[in-house]
Each structure stands twice: as C-alpha cells, then as structure tokens.
Design a protein around this ligand. Structure first.
Ligand code: NAP
Length: 680
C-alpha cells in the first residue's frame, strides 16, 4: 500500500514504488512512502495563499475553539490510531504518550486562547510612554506570519510530534506542512486522514507529505517557519541550507540530547528518594524503548553509592518484559526498525571503548510473543563509566534506545560539571530531599538545560516525570540540543507571529489594540456603561463621576467596619517620623468610595457581577477634606464561552478606574473585572 500525501486540497500518491516501511515487531513490509513528482513550491504557496488567508482572519478564540473541536473529534477515534501504532513497536502505554499526549496538546492550546484577545492579533508586553504630555506612545503588536510552518519531524512520536507543533501554529493563525520521518509516517497519515475528514480546519491549514522532503526547503521564505526534530547531523545540514540563510527563515531545531539524572548526596538506599530514583531511571530507559529525545542517557550518582545503584538498577531493569506490544504482559516493545537498532548497537560499541556493560546484553534478548530475529528488539543496557571526566564519548554519543550510562561524582560541583559536559540538553533531573542541594544544583546547572525536574517524596506521586515535555512549559535546549524552543504556552505561539513596534497617539493605539491606553480620548455617552450589553460596549466608553468629600468620620467609620485600625488611619496618632502628615484614608476605602461613585444603579442591569481587581495602586495619601472623583473607562472586552445550554451568555469586561483628588492628581488606579450579559 502506497501512503498518500495530502497536498493542494487532495490526497495524492507520489510516483514510483517508494520506500518500503516495515512493521517493527514482525519485520514485514506494511506500506511504501514516496513524494516523487510532487511540486513542493506549489505546496508551500498553497499553504500561504489558501491556509494562511483563512486562518489569519480568525480570532485567537475562534482558532482555540477549532482546536478543541478537533481534539474531541480525534479522541473519539483514538482506538483506530492505537491499532496502527502497534506496528511502530510501541506498547499501549507508549502509544498513549504519542496519541493522547498529542491530543492533550490540542486541548491545552485550545484553553490557551483565554490568554489572548478575541482578535486575530495581540499585543506583546506593556505599553511604553514616549512623551511628557502623554500624546505619543508605543506598543508591541504580534501578527500571524504570512507563511507556512514546515515541520520536519523525527520517527519516535508520529502523532505527538505533529500535534504539539501544529496546535501552536494553528493557534497563532499559521498553516502547517508536516513531513513526518518516513519510517513511521503511516501512523501520521492515519491521523491526518481523520483530521481532513473532520472538516474542522479551514482548507490549506494542514498538508502532509509522507516520504522525502525533496527540494521543499529551497522554496521557503522569510514569512515561513521551519521546525526540525531529529539528529544533529541532519539538523545542521538543513539549518545551513542556502535558502534558509539567504532569506533569514526562522529555523527551530530540536536535536540529540545527552540528558542526565543526578542522585542527590543526601539520598541513601533506605530513604524514600532512593526508590523514586530507581523508578524514574527504569521508566526513562524503557518507555518507547528509550527512543525519546528526553530519555535519561547519563546517570550521576555519589561515588560511594555507585555499586549499590547499578546493582539496584539492574534488578529493576530485569523486571521489564520485552516483546510483542500487543501482548498485555509486555512492558517494552521494539525499536522503530532494525536499522535503528543497528545504529544503537554501533553507538553502544563506541561507548564500550571506555565503559562496561553492567546490565543487559547487546547480542541477545528474551522476547514474549515475537521473533527476536525479525523484530527490532533490544535488551535494556546499563553501562558504567568509572572515570567520567576522562571519558568524553559518554557525554558525546547518544544511543537512541534503551541505553544509559551510570557514573560517579565526588561532590555537587562535580555533578553540575558532569551534567554540563553534555553541552546542552533538553532536560535534567535531580532526586533529592534537600532543597538546599536542589537550589544549588538548579542555579548551577540551569545554563545548560531546557528544563530541570527536582524530584522528591513530596512531588513524586504527581510528577509528570523527567521525560515529558508539557504544552505550557518550554521544550528545547541550548547547544547540542539544537538551541531551539517550542511550546511553553504563550511563548510558543509567538514563534509563528511577527512582532512590530507601533507608535502613535494613545487614541490611535487604543483603536488598533482594542485595549484602552491611559490618556486616550474616551467615548462619552449619555448611557451609563453598566446599562450596556457586552455587544454594545465599546473599548473607550467612559464616564467622569460626581465628586465626594472624604471626611475624618468616613475614615473612622471604615476603620471600625473593617477592623483595620492601622496607626496611620487613627486621628490621634503622633505622626512625627511617619510617612504621613495626619490621619490618612485607607486605600481600600478610597477604592470602595470609587465604586460608590461609578456604580449608579439600583435596578438590574447587564452587569452580572464584579469578580475582582487585577491591579490596584494607591498613588497619593488622601487626607480628610479631599474631594475625590473617578474616570471610569471600558478597557478591554474578553468573550466567554457558555459552560452549557443553561449558562447565561456573557463576556468579561475590564474597566480602568482612575481616581483623582480636587487638584486632578491621581490618588489611585485599578483595573476591575466584571461579567457582562450578552444580548444573545
Ligand atoms: P533524522 O534521521 O535526523 O531525521 C529527522 C527528520 O529529518 C526526518 O523526518 C527525516 O526524513 C528528515 N530528513 C532527513 N534528511 C533530510 C533532508 N536531507 N532534507 C529534509 N529532511 C530530511 O532523525 P531520526 O532518525 O528520525 O530521529 C532520531 C534522532 O532525533 C535522535 O538523534 C534524537 O535525539 C532526535 N530527536 C530529537 C528530539 C528533540 O525534541 N530534541 C525528539 C525526537 C528525536 P526521513 O525520515 O524521510 O529521512
């Protein structure tokens, strides 16, 4: 069966017979992949013209709801994907990470829409005042790039690898062309078939090519983004592509990584962290048969515990049943293919020049329900390097399989230095019950790692683990790991957007950003803004309230009512040596009095409730006799989805509350949040 490519709105098979793809367990040919004859320039152009045009018009909230709908659609069909995934050698648990982990990424990015406005673009950071008179300012804006995201992925996560990247570029408003690694592309194809059939994404938002990338990179432009996950050598080759350099195309690379775990010197075989350490190492070596970019490759233990640790780890690894992943007893399946196993073996041989095997065998493996000669099986291999400062290869060579090397360290500085010898990794863990050791390690090792996990008894049960990149945390690492960064919540979305600094008057910047900028012209209307429904409110709708005189009796009454008798609010305090001249009003009273001025109605109105204050500052002491008033402005509108059909349709409105005294100086400022009813 030839795999199909989804390009230019159609499913198309490439020319020629194609590259045979094998079942990792039986070694049988299960599909062929070819992209021969495809016109890669027009694939990219189609993505830009059709997919990008449609996606960039949608608001973040519309794109987020689309991701949620897609996640639900795929979840209903997940069993289909599990059946295909077994061919990659993955166990049910391995496939869960790939399939449901990938779908989970869609859900997480769908929820991330709430961090963005209901617009196709957004602001970045805070506004910047640029003039004394307040009539000139700047702000940063992020708009979706006008190109496509080209994702060149590794073979180990055919589903997650696609969805963790696409979820982000779709939320940003950019389409994708996905090129999975050929050998497991049949699983990616199965998922893309369902995505396209769902009709949830606009046409052109996703194209798939199964097989060689051909000359695709020779057609990318500065508006495209290329992401690469795979080996360092391929990554370097692609990153130095002439077109990528000439056009300054953003290139995000995730490559080899010699991830380490450190056993803290406080841990002993009789403390709870010992078992936590053993469990984590075993899991990281055997999940996905060690074919995880984040898997633990180097195990750093205090030198006096080296022997205890490798014996205990060997015992733990011996519990791992290996074989056909369809058999429920099997805990570790096959590698993705026999070529991959061969590559791992060759790399292990290189390590053995300066290390020794302390658990497992390079030549034999006992398997359940499978033929060890036909499937790509490999025993977990624990190696030991007794002189890790002299042994460079152990910090250089990544064996992309169930292989890890244990090594001793003398003190924490040595452990930090050894962890850094990986020259940049995706993640690093330390198992310790001591927060002092944890702090020293994290601060010392942070420069060389994308993520650091501190494991102890308190968090181990709920920990997501060393090897799990999470949608809301960055995934990537410096140096050898490629120097890239993906995911990380809002941070990831920004990779697919162009940042531009915009300068102008606060009124103009308010119109562009749809966020009221202080000192912009307000919109005065005879109707109080609390009487307007969500749809009718305009950013900039404003009232200037009546005035209220603050009296000493008010301050005393507020002190009694609230119980806040701080000396500064007491009339008879001796104020020498304090920040104040005399009895000062409580800031909270000024805020409450402000509410008394801007809330005008005894009757029901579209405001359903006030649910908080985001920022509140008291900028000047208010003494008895001051006359305060408020400028109250609609600052921003955020839509809210109804929870169910009985929920009241509504949105969130942020209001800027500027409080002034009789000299027209600010005495306080706040942003309050209300829920406002929609008409429908
Ligand atoms: P690879 O051989 O480097 O391939 C990676 C991707 O690049 C595949 O899609 C491959 O396509 C494609 N490719 C190869 N040559 C190309 C070319 N000339 N032009 C365009 N595309 C090209 O890596 P792999 O063997 O699939 O994956 C294993 C490696 O990936 C390991 O070293 C591992 O560390 C790394 N990895 C890193 C991460 C991470 O997040 N950092 C995650 C997973 C894996 P074909 O399959 O069609 O050749």
């Amino acid at each position: 069966m030839k795999l199909e490519n989804y390009i230019l709105g159609k499913w198309i098979t490439g020319d020629g017979e194609g590259q045979p793809l094998y079942d990792a367990v039986t070694g049988e040919t299960i599909a062929y992949a070819t992209t021969k004859g495809l016109d890669f320039a027009s694939i990219l152009q189609y993505g830009r013209q059709v997919g990008n045009t449609a996606l960039r018009k949608l608001s973040f909230h519309e794109r987020g709801r689309m991701l949620k709908a897609l996640a639900l659609y795929l979840l209903e069909r997940k069993e289909k994907f599990y059946q295909v995934s077994y061919h990659t050698g993955a166990t049910k648990a391995d496939s869960w990470i790939d399939i449901e982990g990938g779908i989970g990424n869609l859900f997480a990015n769908a929820s991330l829409r709430r961090k963005f406005p209901d617009l196709p673009y957004c602001t970045d950071g805070d506004p910047v005042g640029l003039s004394k008179g307040g009539t000139f300012m700047g702000h940063h804006l992020l708009v979706p790039k006008e190109g496509v995201a080209v994702h060149i992925n590794a073979y180990n996560f055919p589903v997650w690898g696609m969805l963790e990247k696409c979820a982000v570029n779709w939320l940003a408003g950019v389409p994708a062309v996905v090129k999975p690694a050929s050998i497991t592309s049949y699983l990616t194809e199965a998922v893309v078939k369902e995505i396209i059939a769902s009709n949830i994404l606009p046409e052109g938002a996703l194209q798939l090519i199964c097989g060689s990338a051909g000359d695709m990179l020779d057609h990318v432009t500065a508006q495209d983004v290329v992401t690469f996950t795979g080996s360092k050598s391929t990554g370097l080759l692609l990153k130095s592509n002439k077109r990528i350099l000439e056009e300054a195309v953003p290139f995000n690379m995730e490559a080899d990584s010699l991830n380490a775990i450190v056993l803290g010197s406080d841990v002993r075989p009789d403390t709870p962290e010992w078992d936590i350490f053993l469990k984590e190492v075993r899991k990281e070596m055997t999940v996905k048969a060690g074919q995880k970019c984040t898997a633990i490759r180097r195990i750093l233990v205090p030198e006096h515990l080296l022997e205890d640790a490798y014996i205990a780890l060997g015992k733990s690894l011996s519990q791992t049943t290996i074989g056909n992943p369809l058999n429920e007893k099997v805990r570790m399946g096959a590698l993705a293919g026999r070529d991959q196993r061969e590559e791992v073996k060759q790399n292990v041989q290189k390590l053995l020049a300066s290390s020794q095997i302390v658990y497992g065998s390079l030549d034999s493996v006992e398997v359940i329900d499978a033929d060890a000669a036909k499937g790509a099986f490999l025993s977990p291999l624990l190696l030991m390097s007794e002189h890790p400062f002299q042994n460079e290869v152990v910090h250089e060579i990544e064996c992309f399989g169930p292989v890890s090397t244990i090594m001793p360290y003398k003190n924490l500085n040595d452990a930090i230095a050894l962890a850094k010898k990986g020259k940049g990794s995706l993640c690093c863990s330390i198992v310790t019950a001591s927060d002092k050791i944890a702090t020293e390690f994290v601060v010392g090792a942070a420069t060389h790692h994308g993520r650091i996990l501190v494991l102890n008894q308190e968090c181990a049960k709920e920990s997501t683990g060393h090897g799990s990149p999470l949608p809301m945390l960055i995934h990537g690492g410096p140096g050898r790991a490629g120097g890239g960064e993906e995911m990380g919540g809002v941070r990831g979305v920004k990779h697919y957007m162009q940042r531009v600094a915009v300068q102008g008057s606060p009124t103009t910047i308010t119109a562009i950003t749809q966020q009221y900028q202080p000192a912009a012209k307000g919109i005065q209307s005879p109707v109080h803004p609390f009487k307007k429904y969500f749809e009718d409110l305009e950013v900039g709708d404003q009232i200037i309230t009546a005035k209220r005189t603050i009296t000493s009796e008010d301050i005393d009454a507020f002190a009694d009512l609230s119980g806040d008798h701080f000396y500064a609010h007491m009339e008879d305090t001796d104020f020498s040596g304090t920040m104040f001249e005399r009895q000062v009003a409580h800031g909270y009273f000024i805020m409450s009095a402000a509410a008394g001025l801007f809330v005008d109605s005894y009757e029901k109105n579209p405001v359903l409730l006030n649910y908080g204050i985001d920022e509140l500052r008291f900028t000047k002491p208010v003494y008895a006799g001051a006359e305060m008033y408020v400028r109250f402005t609609c600052k921003e509108k955020l839509p809210q989805d109804p929870k169910d059909e009985n929920d009241i349709p509504k949105g969130i409105v942020k209001w800027l509350v500027e409080m002034f005294d009789e000299t027209n100086e600010h005495i306080g400022v706040a942003t309050i949040l209300t829920m406002v009813k929609r008409k429908s």
